[in-house]
Ligand binder design. Structure first.
Ligand SMILES: NC(=O)c1ccc[n+]([C@@H]2O[C@H](COP(=O)([O-])OP(=O)(O)OC[C@H]3O[C@@H](n4cnc5c(N)ncnc54)[C@H](O)[C@@H]3O)[C@@H](O)[C@H]2O)c1
Length: 362
């Protein structure tokens, strides 16, 4: 393999294009191949890549050309399992967008199939790489707040956007909102808290969004607001507060961790705000000063996506793992458990009960 990592991007809708734009600003990386079944998406990608990039509308054709070192899978959630099964025969590095699959069962099936895979399989969990979030994680792990006891994550944002063929309007295609969107937050909880989830209880509903829409005569069935509580095995409590009818919120994510010594919080500006900086604030119980650290993101990096610079930093980490032959920072197991917690939360709402993670036989 040369020093430049050659990427093949499968699926070039919103997220695939964000990956391309970020690869374009990384020196030792380039997009050499694109595969998308939709002509419009291929055309949009065409405007972002070099003339030499090859285009395919069939995955097997892309695979047979054998021109990439690494593949990114950024197709609709329900297609992941089939694409993953087919792409395993390439023995190339893989970065698969979250959620790994739409169900825990499919994630487990894939984990088994991939158990002897010798290359990197990395689940795309961009929120880990948002600079202010990364800073918060580092401070918590440095014990600045003492022993963490509570972690709360609030996401207040706009409704789901329209996607190619509107696949994201139905839970059968996405896994449900708490899998599709919120696997990010359950992954963050595990990472910050450094423990495994034990039980999940949630309350949520589709109260406002998409109720007037119809697709082939059917109304969308995706939750637009929820509170989810996750109890971890080490006794720490996590809570997610999700609202998807909160356009124009100043911050899209607000994350607060409290320990026995103090509290740390950060606020991620919404991408619409265009703000390139945020703060990480620390308040200790025995000191009445608030320590505030500004975290800035370079404007060029910010402009390459909608996730506060995170996709860029995720690729730097992915490339480093390839070059140094190390394990993925976000493993298949991480992808699997984040889906399982989301599925548990959806189940808790549907069945009006506490869901124990042991039910999933992870
Ligand atoms: N990490 C994040 O924050 C984040 C944000 C957005 C989306 N995503 C994830 O990225 C993935 C794609 O989402 P999106 O928003 O880009 O959706 P999208 O609808 O905008 O794009 C999906 C693309 O995949 C193409 N496609 C469908 N089936 C295909 C196949 N079999 N082979 C090749 N191409 C195929 C479609 O034509 C479309 O162009 C999803 O898994 C989604 O959950 C992650």
């Amino acid at each position: 393999m040369t020093n430049t990592i050659k990427y093949g991007v499968i699926g070039t809708g919103v997220m695939g294009q964000e990956h391309i734009q970020n690869i374009n600003i990384i020196e030792n990386a380039e997009v050499v191949a694109i595969c998308d079944t939709n002509e419009n998406s291929r055309n949009q990608a065409n405007s972002l890549v070099k003339d030499s990039t090859k285009f395919y509308n069939d995955l097997d054709e892309l695979i047979s050309k054998n021109i990439a070192d690494a593949y990114i899978i950024a197709t609709p959630n329900f297609t992941h399992i089939n694409i993953l099964e087919r792409i395993l025969k390439t023995n190339k590095h893989l970065l698969i967008e979250k959620p790994l699959c739409t169900t825990t069962e499919d994630c487990k099936k894939f984990e088994l199939l991939a158990k002897d895979y010798s290359k990197i399989i990395w689940t795309g969990m961009e929120y880990r790489y948002m600079p202010p979030v990364k800073q918060l994680i580092k401070e918590v792990h440095n014990n600045i707040i003492g022993k963490i006891k509570m972690l709360s994550i609030r996401e207040h944002r706009f409704p789901f956007l329209h996607k190619v063929d509107d696949w994201n309007r139905f839970s059968v295609n996405t896994g449900g909102t708490l899998v599709e969107k919120c696997c990010h937050f359950f992954d963050l909880m595990r990472l910050v808290i450094q423990s495994e989830p034990a039980k999940v209880y949630a309350s949520g509903n589709q109260d406002v969004n998409h109720l007037e829409e119809k697709y082939d005569g059917k109304t969308p069935d995706i939750i637009d607001n929820a509170f989810v509580i996750v109890d971890f095995k080490n006794g720490v409590r996590g809570m997610l507060d999700l609202c998807m009818f909160a356009e124009n919120s100043e911050y899209q994510e607000e994350i607060v961790a409290v320990g026995d010594v103090g509290k740390i919080e950060t606020f991620v500006p919404s991408s619409a705000s265009g703000r390139n900086s945020s703060e990480v604030k620390i308040a200790l119980r025995n000191d009445n000063k608030i320590i505030s650290n500004k975290v800035e993101v370079d404007n060029k990096i910010l402009a390459a996506g909608h996730h506060h610079g995170s996709t860029y930093f995720e690729h730097l980490a992915f490339i480093k793992a390839i070059q140094q032959n190390t394990k993925p920072e976000v493993s298949l197991r991480d992808g699997l458990i984040s889906v399982a917690v989301g599925e548990a939360a959806e189940k808790s709402i549907r069945e009006n009960r506490v869901v124990f993670m042991e039910e999933f036989k992870l």
